[in-house]
Design a binder for this molecule. Structure first.
Ligand SMILES: NC(=O)c1ccc[n+]([C@@H]2O[C@H](COP(=O)([O-])OP(=O)(O)OC[C@H]3O[C@@H](n4cnc5c(N)ncnc54)[C@H](OP(=O)(O)O)[C@@H]3O)[C@@H](O)[C@H]2O)c1
Length: 271
């Protein structure tokens, strides 16, 4: 029998994951959603998936329960679903900053498998990067099943423990914004130097895509790729010298440490 995937919360992230699940061949009848927001339910139904305005049918049928509500709703949601939780159900939270310890405390349940996932925004277009962690050892079958759910909207990998999640948040959770900033500034400067907005946009976006794909598919690292396009005395070298003068590497270090530390503070504020 097919395993059922239940979502508590049917907003943007749930819709992105469901879209991926359906594209990867899951049947709509294996997916159930609960969301009190009529707009979210309408969007879920438009995908062909059943949406309820209460959690009971989801809790009664789902093998995997994905908590896809805003972090500030987690307390209320977990307290509400706790009485209908079965021992075999696997709880998966995608809420930023909510720890597994907090989830267990709110559920008042020490035994269920709980997985914490940090996805990122490109999941909305099927190009997400999700990192998964648990406080218990999952059997291979469960580990693969959970990973497959998130691979349906991009790539997914396990990190050894939840301790890594703050760093994951700094690298890939917040990461799209760093690339947006770089792209935004490259476009703006291109325009300031005389290019039309359309041309600057196209040049920068395709260059970013091409560079990312070269890193992905090359058998050498980004440092070697950079050296290969940097001829002595050439244009790239002139630009990179300016980045080095501004201590680009140190700036990245400090930015990621700030994000990691902030993620830690936000998690501490949660129970
Ligand atoms: N978006 C991202 O890129 C991203 C990245 C990483 C992690 N996340 C995490 O993903 C989670 C969901 O984010 P999102 O962007 O999908 O949020 P969202 O679009 O606001 O979706 C959350 C949905 O849950 C509904 N909801 C509220 N109370 C509920 C309840 N008691 N039971 C069931 N559903 C309830 C909300 O309805 P109302 O609108 O009426 O409240 C809304 O439809 C968040 O915890 C966030 O931290 C998101």
């Amino acid at each position: 029998m097919n395993q059922h995937i239940g979502f508590i919360g049917g907003g943007n992230m749930a819709q992105a994951i469901i879209t991926g699940l359906l594209k990867s061949g899951r049947v709509a009848s294996d997916i159930l959603v609960s969301d009190p927001n009529p707009e979210s339910r309408k969007a879920i139904r438009a995908l062909g998936v059943t949406a309820f305005n209460h959690h009971e049918p989801v809790m009664a049928q789902a093998d995997f329960i994905i908590l896809a509500v805003k972090p500030q709703m987690m307390d209320a949601v977990l307290t509400a679903i706790a009485p209908s939780l079965h021992k075999s159900q696997i709880i998966i939270s995608i809420a930023a900053g909510i720890t597994i310890r907090g989830i267990r405390r709110w559920l008042n349940e020490p035994n269920n498998t709980v997985v914490r996932v940090m996805p990122n925004t490109p999941a909305l277009i099927g190009e997400g990067m999700s990192a998964l962690a648990s406080d218990t050892t999952l059997d291979d079958e469960t580990q693969i099943a959970v990973q497959r759910i998130f691979e349906s909207c991009g790539q997914a990998l396990w990190v050894p423990s939840e301790d890594a999640i703050d760093t994951v948040t700094a690298v890939s959770g917040s990461g799209p914004a760093y690339f947006f900033l770089m792209i935004e500034n490259l476009i703006n400067t291109g325009i300031r130097l005389g290019l039309s907005p359309d041309v600057a946009h196209k040049l920068v976006v395709q260059t970013a895509k091409g560079a990312a794909q070269m890193v992905e598919f090359s058998d050498v690292g980004p440092d070697v790729l950079r050296q290969r396009v940097t001829s002595p005395g050439g244009t790239t070298e002139a630009a990179l010298a300016v980045f080095h003068e501004g201590d680009f590497a140190d700036l990245i270090d400090r930015a990621l440490i700030a994000a990691r530390d902030r993620a830690g503070e936000l998690s501490k504020d949660a129970p």
